[in-house]
Design a protein around this ligand. Structure first.
Ligand code: ADP
Ligand code: MG
Length: 303
């Protein structure tokens, strides 16, 4: 099942939280929806899940307009809202039975709850109060809740925020496992997260989409934005001499005979630098391409 947003605009009072937002997530993809706080991620997710109406534009789930068939579409979507609002004084099983009751017949409830408890690794905790669980386990309950009716689409709003590093990895693995046969949109402000698990990346800033591409392509693009080489020469050399080279845009000294060199061209300039050293009676002790990270691209796009 696919998700498509077509020129969606959302206005809260005087504030435009989403401005003509369009994107598409294809069936089976895991899409990362990333942006700084206040960018509009949760707003967009509430619109897709039918909890909030947009002011303009359309959202299609499986090519159906969500405004036309809201109830039917909601059944096909699992949603983990931001901050995972759970009932702290309910037991895990009790809570899952309760949420299952919205979608499933009485007979289907117990097997569905059992299945979710096993899928999300809650066997050992299954008889506990939600309020007594660690944050990582609460997140598992939130995922179990979102998955209980076996939806084809999962909308996860910051599923790993607030977890410790081990819990983050556990929840990520769980998402990848679950995601094998689902379409997933997850929001986050952690860049490594999308690099690790998403097929595509949609970056939003101040209510507008600023990047939308496959993860592979975006990572490659971010590496191309600045082509920087870290080089260590064998001998001292004059900065002016480096700057005279037409394939060099800028240089920065970072230690004895060590330089960061920003290329003026897209190609790899290491061969040029090597030739330059030889020509100037110098030598190259070390040379390394500085990969620009997705994190850098994100900072650049959301400044
Ligand atoms: P994100 O999830 O990316 O942090 P949100 O979608 O929560 O962003 O918020 C986008 C913008 O809309 C923010 O500036 C936020 O303050 C504003 N906003 C969100 N919800 C409401 C609301 N119910 N009323 C007014 N403004 C809101
Ligand atoms: Mg949010």
């Amino acid at each position: 099942m696919s998700i498509k947003a077509d020129n969606v605009t959302k206005i809260y009072g005087a504030q435009k939280a989403l401005n003509n937002v369009s994107f598409e997530i294809k069936t089976g993809e895991i899409a990362g929806f990333i942006g700084p706080n206040g960018a509009g991620k949760s707003t967009m997710m509430k619109i897709i899940t039918g909890f909030l109406p947009q002011n303009e534009g359309n959202v299609f789930v499986n090519n159906q307009n969500i405004l036309e068939d809201n109830i039917n579409i909601r059944r096909k979507i699992g949603y983990l809202p931001e901050h995972n609002p759970l009932y702290m004084d309910m037991y895990i099983r009790e809570y899952l039975r309760y949420t299952a009751g919205f979608y499933l017949s009485a007979k289907q409830i117990k097997p569905a709850v059992d299945k979710m408890i096993s899928l999300t690794g809650l066997e050992r905790e299954q008889n506990k109060l939600i309020g007594s669980l660690s944050k990582g386990y609460r997140q598992r309950v939130g995922l179990a809740q979102a998955l209980i009716h076996n939806p084809e689409i999962l909308i996860l709003d910051e599923p790993t925020t607030g977890l410790d590093p081990n819990q983050i990895i556990e929840i990520r693995n769980l998402i990848v496992e679950i995601g094998k046969d689902k379409t997933i949109m997850l929001s986050t402000h952690i860049m490594q997260e999308v690099e690790a698990i998403c097929d595509k990346i949609i970056i939003i800033n101040k209510g507008e989409i600023v990047a939308d591409d496959s993860t592979k392509h975006i990572i490659k693009e971010s590496a191309d934005i600045d082509n920087i080489i870290l080089i260590e020469f064998g001998k001292k050399l004059d900065k002016g001499l480096l700057l005279e080279q037409n394939y060099i845009k800028d240089v920065k000294s970072i230690g004895e005979n060590k330089w960061l060199i920003k290329a003026a061209i897209k190609d790899d300039i290491r061969q040029h630098l090597f030739n330059f050293a030889v020509k100037n009676n110098n030598s190259v002790l070390a040379m390394q391409k500085q990969e620009k990270s997705l994190e850098d691209l994100f900072k650049e796009l959301t400044k």
